[in-house]
Design a protein around this ligand. Structure first.
Ligand code: SF4
Length: 455
């Protein structure tokens, strides 16, 4: 099948984004935290490089498309109340960690990390450095909402060591911004990027979203061209996940027409052509990086990783998440914290860990996680290498995958190689769908509705 329209019709299905395997909907509810504590203590008999994810849930207003776990508030004291619990949570966990662990990466996400006042940011940076040991060469990334960023915020971020900023822009057109309740003039974006660079925060990522109301291929190309003037090192261009049955506030965007799967597919093709012509490499899924960027280099030399923050260059790093709804990935285990603010406060105030769901990989999960992550990062699989690494006959192990892969080969999404498969240029656009072939949980009908469509 080489007609793009037919491919979109056939393969526009719901599928996970594979930032974890199994995907988070398959984590299990926890009774008590006994197994989680044991898992962390066992993992910490030796030291490991670690990554810290800090979730700041507050936002001053609701963007109608938003699928993040957030708390809408304008009350100034809310962030101080939250930080008190966040620092306590870190202290409770830190006792269980190996003192030799060194922090190689910090990521402030949200919500809106810059909802914190500049002094609260300084206090957070100071607390982190007092509780954990930081590597000299480390990545310190913060998600930025330009609508809430003062000059003093920028100074505070630079002081605490921030060296990468992810700027949420989404779309620069005013009609689209009105339709999603996020008014953010381009002059504001330009001013913020200038301030960050002047303060020494030179690594700039820009986040855009395609598939929003009133967007079209042509309008989004105009947005992309305007945003390229900011000269970001990386673009994350997310496919809008419209799942109003899971996130009722998304019904607010239904007032305006949204691009259908065929138009969205045309947008995806356009952005790949546009950005690769402008000196960016297509990393995979929704990510692009300048050709010399460390993500592009990792993609070329096969060391790219995939985790809850998307693509990463940090291999074998345990991620400890702090704050409500954060997810930790520690060795072969996942832990997720409660998503309700009051419950988070209640647990931390009574000196408990705030986790409510967990998952520990089986042998089968390990093999499948490795296979799916290598596919997402390398865009190819070598079954003889996988067989050697996991001491299996990979051909027999993935026997069930052969028939759907044959069909995908017939449709031009993959090619068979001597020892495995290679994703074609067309197949890159359906990467999540190709990955489902190796996912033992994907046929679970109960969880299907939780995922967005691939196109
Ligand atoms: S600022 Fe970000 S997290 Fe907050 S509502 Fe908007 S999109 Fe969601």
């Amino acid at each position: 099948m080489d007609n793009r329209q037919d491919l979109v019709t056939k393969y526009s299905r719901q599928a996970p984004r594979y930032t974890s395997y199994p995907p988070a909907p398959h984590f299990n509810e926890m009774g008590d935290d006994g197994s989680a504590v044991l898992h962390i203590e066992k993992r910490n008999t030796g030291s490991h490089p670690i990554s810290l994810y800090i979730h700041i849930p507050f936002c001053a207003s609701l963007c109608w498309y938003c699928g993040c776990t957030k708390v809408i508030t304008r009350r100034e004291g809310d962030s101080a109340e939250y930080l008190r619990r966040l620092f306590r949570e870190m202290e409770i966990l830190r006792r269980r960690l190996n003192p030799g662990n060194r922090v190689v990466q910090v990521h402030f996400g949200g919500g809106t990390p810059t909802f914190l006042s500049p002094d609260e940011l300084r206090q957070t940076g100071k607390t982190l450095r007092s509780l954990f040991t930081f590597e000299d060469e480390m990545e310190f990334a913060v998600e930025i909402d330009p609508r809430r960023l003062t000059e003093d915020h920028v100074a505070a971020l630079a002081e605490i060591g921030c060296n990468r900023a992810s700027i949420g822009i989404q779309d620069v057109r005013e009609d689209v911004q009105k339709a999603i309740n996020r008014i953010q003039p381009m002059e504001l974006n330009e001013r913020v990027v200038r301030r960050l660079r002047n303060a020494g925060i030179h690594n700039i990522n820009v986040d855009l979203i395609y598939g929003l109301p009133l967007q079209s291929r042509n309008s989004f190309e105009a947005t992309l061209n305007e945003v390229k003037v900011l000269d970001p090192d990386r673009f994350a261009i997310f496919n809008y996940a419209h799942i109003p049955w899971m996130i009722p506030s998304q019904k607010l965007v239904d007032r305006h027409p949204m691009p259908g799967p065929h138009e969205k597919f045309a947008m995806l093709e356009m952005m790949i052509d546009n950005l690769t012509d402008s000196g960016y490499s297509y990393i995979g899924m929704d990510h692009f990086a300048k050709t010399g960027d460390e993500l592009s280099l990792a993609r070329q030399n096969g060391t790219l990783q995939r985790n809850f923050q998307g693509y990463s260059t940090r291999a074998d790093t345990d991620i400890y998440g702090f704050g409500m709804s954060s997810i930790s990935q520690i060795g072969d285990g996942y832990l997720q914290s409660v998503k309700d603010l009051d419950e988070y406060y209640r647990r931390v105030d009574s000196d408990q860990h705030p986790w409510f769901r967990q998952y520990y990989l089986t042998d089968d999960d390990r093999i499948r996680r490795h296979t799916i992550m290598r596919l997402m990062c390398d865009l190819q699989l070598d079954f003889s290498t996988i067989g050697r690494q996991w001491n299996i006959d990979a051909g027999a192990y993935f026997e069930d995958a052969v028939s759907p892969l044959e069909e995908m080969a017939g449709d031009g999404l993959i090619q068979w190689t001597d020892n495995g498969i290679r994703v074609t240029d067309t197949g890159r656009l359906f990467l999540r769908i190709i990955a489902t072939v190796f996912d033992a949980y994907h046929s679970d009908p109960e969880k299907q509705g939780r995922y967005s469509k691939t196109v």
